[in-house]
Design a protein around this ligand. Structure first.
Ligand code: MD3
Ligand code: FE
Length: 255
């Protein structure tokens, strides 16, 4: 792909949402693509996420540190039933992404303190083929209000950034290209966003990605194993209570 003739400028898409074009060098992009390839392997490989309504996302995702499933974080990915349904431990969050994300926060906000205080513990790595999309949504399973750092690799996309109130207008569109970073903090952290379109064939194969788009979102969840384990235990107890009651009802037993 031919590099843009016009340098693209740093831009604040909305308060706290800072787009830094061409932030990663080609070597850094190559290294990240190779890492993504390793992270995508089993166990807990890159997969299309199944939604509670039976739908399947068009994007394929692998998680690091914490596994996101609709709509919570756990330490475990679950294989689809057709593949045996096994529980697979999520891969650890790599320390090199802590350093990279802190550097992005420092550059976006010019705030060394905010960068040093940033403690990311989770990344979602999404792969888009030519037709994949992500509808407008909020990321609100994280408890921490710390920024999200987004890194783009491969094909360019149209990124849509909305508002915190509604899924509709107003929104702004931006084109994200390979090597771009966007930091979403402050009032932008809990705003609607999505990817309505990929521009196939726009990536540079020199980074080791022949087709599609990879996006890493680095996050600080604010979660602990203690809190998540307690929530999972409470959830399991509710489920057991429900099936107990319905089993008694269907067999005519007294509660
Ligand atoms: C703003 N990913 O993984 S990155 C996602 O390009 C996700 O794959 C898109 O939305 C992608 O959840 C968009 C930009 C992004 C990611 C997370 C955010 C923007 C965000 C969370 C809060 C606010
Ligand atoms: Fe998101």
């Amino acid at each position: 792909m031919t590099a843009s003739l016009l340098p693209r400028e740093r831009r604040e898409l909305a308060p706290g949402a800072v787009h830094l074009p061409d932030w990663l060098t080609l070597d850094e992009q190559r290294e990240l693509v190779a890492s993504c390839r390793a992270w995508a392997r089993p166990p807990a490989p890159m997969r299309a996420t199944r939604l509670p309504n039976g739908g399947v996302m068009s994007v394929r995702t692998v998680c690091l540190g914490w596994h996101w499933e609709p709509y919570r974080y756990t330490r475990w990915a679950t294989a689809p039933a057709e593949e045996g349904g096994a529980r697979e431990r999520v891969k650890p969050f790599p320390p090199e992404l802590v350093a990279l994300a802190r550097r992005a926060v420092a550059d976006a906000y010019g705030d060394a303190g905010a960068a040093a205080a940033y403690e990311p513990d989770c990344a979602l790595v999404n792969h888009y083929d030519a037709t994949a999309k992500m509808g407008l949504h909020l990321d609100k399973e994280e408890v921490s209000p710390a920024p999200v750092v987004s890194l783009s690799l491969g094909d360019a996309c149209r990124f849509r950034f909305g508002n915190t109130e509604t899924r509709g207008k107003p929104y702004v569109d931006a084109e994200l290209r390979s090597g771009d970073v966007v930091v979403f903090g402050g009032p932008s952290r809990f705003a609607y966003h999505g990817v309505p379109r990929i521009f196939p064939g726009t990536g540079d194969p020199a980074i080791g990605l022949s087709e599609g788009r990879l996006n890493l979102t680095i996050r600080e969840t604010g979660l602990t194993d203690e809190v998540v384990d307690a929530e999972e235990a409470a959830r399991a107890a509710r489920v057991a209570g429900r099936s107990g009651r319905s089993a008694r009802r269907t067999t005519g037993e007294q509660a």
